[in-house]
Design a protein around this ligand. Structure first.
Ligand code: AMP
Length: 196
């Protein structure tokens, strides 16, 4: 199994690059943002509660997303590997993810961290808001709140995986194709090392 986290702040291109990466590497894409938006679309109690927090740019509780990921791991036992996108987003989520994977004789092989400047993030998110239909992309103060949550809580995920020497930084600016090539180069090199 090959599992990795595509890490980065909101607007760093995780969703766009994930779509391309799962097609190339035949991995199962697990995006907690997508899972939550699907709960909102179905108007489930969980979705309605989550929406209130998401609309403010705050994170939903750890227990909610950890439960979702645990269910998805169970529902996809035959997967060749998982690409985690937008999860983990806190230290607790990282520790719980490691436990969930260890219980399945697996682990996170690498964290690919997309580095993008803050001004570029805000620009991209406002542009995405014109077409994405996402209420949290339209308002600049919500966008800034999401970036603040990232600095306050989510950067701890990098510190966690840095301890295990699992983080690779990738420049997240340039064309979609250029960034994709950089990500693939890191993954291909790792997979080669794993097989030697
Ligand atoms: P995303 O699509 O990854 O940008 O996530 C959109 C929103 O969903 C975030 O701003 C959070 O409110 C919520 N969310 C997504 N993933 C998580 C997570 N792992 N932990 C907590 N909240 C999350």
């Amino acid at each position: 199994m090959f599992n990795f986290i595509l890490f980065g702040p909101p607007g760093s291109g995780k969703g766009t690059q994930s779509e391309k990466l799962i097609a190339k590497y035949h991995l199962k894409h697990l995006s907690t943002g997508d899972l939550l938006r699907s709960e909102i679309a179905k108007k489930t109690p969980l979705g309605l509660e989550a929406k209130k927090l998401m609309d403010k740019g705050s994170l939903v509780p750890d227990s909610v997303v950890i439960g979702m990921i645990s269910d998805m791991l169970d529902a996809n036992k035959g997967a060749a590997g998982f690409l985690f996108d937008g999860f983990p987003r806190t230290k607790v989520q990282s520790e719980e993810l490691d436990k969930l994977l260890h219980a399945r004789n697996s682990e996170i092989n690498v964290v690919l961290a997309l580095d993008v400047s803050e001004s570029e993030l805000v620009k991209r998110l406002l542009k995405r808001g014109e077409t994405s239909g996402r209420s949290d992309d339209v308002n600049e103060s919500v966008i800034r709140a999401r970036i603040a949550e990232y600095h306050k809580k989510t950067s701890a995920v990098l510190e966690h995986y840095d301890k295990f020497d699992k983080v690779i930084h990738v420049k997240g600016e340039g064309s979609i194709e250029q960034i994709f090539e950089r990500l693939c180069a890191s993954l291909d090199q790792l997979q080669e090392e794993k097989h030697n």
